[in-house]
Design a binder for this molecule. Structure first.
Ligand SMILES: [Zn+2]
Length: 154
């Protein structure tokens, strides 16, 4: 089997941040890594699911809404993937931080919180997404110069 690109990144050195996982023609796949891999610190189903609902809705209502292709959690529970068409990386990075701020300030019901709109709506809990967004935003704001490269990547 041919190894897929994301398995060629040495996960021991990944820290929370925003990375370019791959580029396919005009579509950029961003790795929104919220947790350091393999450290016993994983997102639970409430965090992953609620963050997904809120982030997906806010990003699809943002300045890049027409270019968002997909947003969803990684199976390893240490981050999310965001796919954007014709992306300006710095603009997307700014939008990501802006969306996190909107999640932190979100009031009321979580978007799509019903049996009709979601496949497992009972695992939606606003506080879970808010604390994840706060912790992640703090990490992103500490990044002085972002290059979107994985540690050790040329
Ligand atoms: Zn859902």
């Amino acid at each position: 089997m041919e190894k897929i690109t994301s398995f060629t990144v040495d996960h021991r050195y990944i820290t929370p941040g925003v990375y370019i996982s791959r580029i396919d023609d005009d579509i950029t796949t961003y790795d929104l890594r919220t947790r350091k891999p393999n450290c016993g610190d994983f997102m639970d189903e409430y965090i992953m699911h609620t963050f997904e609902h809120l982030f997906a809705t806010y990003v699809r209502n943002s300045a890049i809404k027409d270019r968002v292709v997909y947003f969803g959690p990684m199976g390893c529970a240490t981050g999310f993937y965001l796919l954007v068409r014709n992306s300006d990386h710095l603009e997307t990075f700014a939008v990501i931080k802006d969306v996190l701020k909107k999640i932190i300030l979100h009031k009321g019901e979580v978007f799509g919180c019903s049996e009709i709109e979601c496949g497992n709506y009972k695992t939606l809990k606003l506080e879970a997404a808010v604390s994840e967004a706060k912790a992640y935003l703090e990490k992103l704001e500490a990044i002085k110069e972002i290059n979107f490269k994985y540690p050790g990547e040329k």
